[in-house]
Ligand binder design. Sequence first.
Ligand SMILES: O=C(CO)COP(=O)(O)O
Length: 254
Amino acid sequence: MTPGIRPLVAGNWKMNGTSASLGELREIGHGFMRGLDADTEALLCVPATLLTRAAEILASTPVRLGGEDCHAKASGAHTGDISAEMLKDAGASHVIVGHSERRTDHGEDDATVRAKAEAAWRAGLVAIICVGETQAERESGATLSVLSRQIEGSVPASATAANMIVAYEPVWAIGTGLTPTVDDVAKAHAHIRARLAEKLGSEAGKVRVLYGGSVKPSNAVELLSVENVDGALVGGASLKAADFLGIAEAYQAM
Ligand SMILES: O=C(CO)COP(=O)(O)O
């Protein structure tokens, strides 16, 4: 945690969820209304097909909604793509950009990610910019240099703590059940904070830096109590209300 930063527990449903999953979403909303630590913010990033209904369900709860990606343009001839403006219109306040699955599956590079973050701001959304090294990069000792390059390339110079969140997601830890050691998480997050400070000055001290990659209720306290870890970006465990609420409860245990 970072003194003065309100932690955020964010879910990323990825390409999961149909109307049958809305019950879990409702339960998550109720869980946060039942008084989970008021100092912890909650966000669910869901497939665009669910946003409108999710917005209705979560309207009376403190849980915010996000998209999982956006196009860099506001509108136009881009079949199958969704703009930040459309996400906003459907009820989103946030959008994930540069997730490693987008970088890999769709060949998105840092410049694309930066353009998407700027598109998010144009639409009034908060951009959650993801960075993280692959297994091979980790094994070759390149973790910190990869993070430097991604921060340099993906984070626009006009980023602020109000319009951007950074998520450190080691690619090898996503969906594998593997997590870095607490020491490695601390080093990566301190490095990200330092690179942000070079770019954004004192504003960097207020930017939320989330950890993502196999976060679950049983490891949440350990991972979320690391210095400079200001919350979690949760994949698989955000699909079940009990698991997601269990992770959010980690902050009450601190
Ligand atoms: O990619 C992630 C969140 O964006 C992490 O996914 P898992 O929590 O399933 O490892």
